[in-house]
Design a binder for this molecule. Structure first.
Ligand code: ATP
Ligand code: MG
Length: 397
């Protein structure tokens, strides 16, 4: 197959491939960008694989950066955008279920494609658009199938993250994992515990944000992968229930986590424990706690002005999205106008500062913060007007 019209990202990168080929080496576009172009999707990053060794690549271009030289990856900067170029590799034995013991640079494209995870990800494309398909990836693409390259059992045994990638692609592409590959995931699901949580997390979030999350989630449940994710053990019913509810992918990572914590009925301290086990950032934890409280109250219809204020413009849509998935009507417009109608939207709009409170005789220290927090609450909830004199008078009363 030859693609006639390549997206601009490939056109811009063609000189890189041409330079490598003119020096007598092979170079191809590989990975997700080739897959997504054939599927008619927009692409984000263009990956290049080559028979040239890293030092040979560095000799061909003026400006390069060793972004992952041990793995054969060099970034070429000669053509404006950086292009990551990776030397063909074959991967030897795996003893830890996640990384090859040794990476060997090879001159053969076939060797390199053989180590890739799924047939739809094992296509290569020449700079002129000709597609090299050694594992029937094009047929699988047409049939919407996710199939491991080679022996599925071996491939998941080598690298357990591939199992999460399979369910993530099922969600992102609306594809079916073929029975042989699915059975191999079910047989090896437990090996997911060998994978760093951060890497599992990336795939899990992509699953929830995919176009057909119900599909990936169903696979995630059916294969048993769910049992080997942090703190999912007690939540089988809640997770299964989500399969029915998720008609679209969630819009953000915060929405993804908030959906889970709300569905699992976790309270604020439990959210901290849960998200720490998933190794999320601290600011994610705070945001999810606020949005979860709001979603809980939206579900029962008693969201307070204070909760709305704490969400602010950033988290109101998240809380609304999650509550909508879990069964309430969409109230985004109403909530947005209620938020705008609050006396203040940010702490900085409070008509008094810590400095002014000290001038009014309050000693610096923790009580100063507590008084400010109390004033903020009274103003947001309409008990006190947002006027300096009234606020000082209240404090001195
Ligand atoms: P995305 O669109 O999310 O970037 P992708 O398929 O490009 O999807 P990457 O993680 O960018 O995914 O990987 C690029 C390519 O490298 C894949 O298409 C696949 O060929 C190969 N690959 C990535 N991870 C693995 C893995 N764990 N095992 C085998 N091959 C992999
Ligand atoms: Mg990619």
């Amino acid at each position: 197959m030859k693609l006639e019209h390549l997206p601009n990202e490939f056109e811009l990168a063609r000189p890189v491939l041409q330079t490598i080929e003119q020096a007598g080496y092979e170079a191809y576009f590989v990975g997700g960008s080739v897959r997504d172009t054939i599927l008619g999707k927009t692409i984000h990053d263009v990956d290049i694989a080559t028979s040239a060794y890293p030092n040979e690549i560095k000799g061909l271009f003026k400006r390069t950066v060793d972004t992952g030289i041990d793995h054969g990856t060099v970034m070429i900067l000669d053509h404006g955008t950086g292009y990551e170029t990776t030397t063909f590799r074959s991967e030897s034995t795996y003893t830890d279920y996640r990384r090859p013991d040794q990476v060997t640079f090879v001159r053969s494209l076939a060797e390199d494609l053989k180590r890739r995870d799924f047939t739809i990800n094992a296509l290569a494309m020449k700079e002129d658009g000709e597609v090299i398909d050694l594992f029937n990836g094009l047929t699988d693409m047409q049939n919407h199938d996710i199939r491991a390259v080679g022996d599925a059992q071996e491939r998941f045994h080598e690298d357990a993250l591939r199992m999460m990638r399979a369910v993530r692609f099922a969600s992102q592409l609306d594809f079916t994992i073929v029975p042989e590959t699915r059975d191999a995931i079910a047989a090896h699901a437990q090996l997911l515990t060998k994978i760093a949580v951060e890497r599992t997390q990336v795939e899990w979030l992509k699953l929830l944000m995919g176009q057909t999350p119900q599909r990936g989630l169903q696979d995630f449940m059916d294969t048993g992968l769910w049992q080997y994710c942090p703190d999912f053990g007690e939540h089988e019913t809640a997770l299964t229930d989500l399969v029915q509810r998720l008609q679209h992918g969630v819009s953000s990572e915060i929405a993804a986590w908030t959906l889970l914590t709300t569905q699992f009925a976790l309270d604020t301290p439990e959210i901290t424990v849960f998200l720490k086990h998933w190794k999320t950032a601290n600011q994610t934890i705070t945001a999810v706690q606020t949005a979860t409280t709001a979603a809980d109250h939206l579900l029962v219809g008693d969201l307070t002005a204070w909760q709305l204020y704490q969400c602010g413009a950033e988290l109101v849509p998240v809380a609304n999205e999650v509550a909508t998935i879990l069964g309430t009507p969409d109230r985004l417009n109403l909530l947005t106008s209620q938020l705008a109608a609050l006396p203040i939207q940010h702490k900085k709009e409070l008509a008094i500062t810590g400095k002014e409170l000290m001038q009014a005789g309050i000693q610096p220290g923790p009580q100063l913060g507590a008084i400010l927090g109390d004033l903020e609450f009274q103003v947001v909830t309409g008990v006190l007007p947002n006027e300096t004199a009234a606020l000082v008078a209240h404090v001195n009363a």
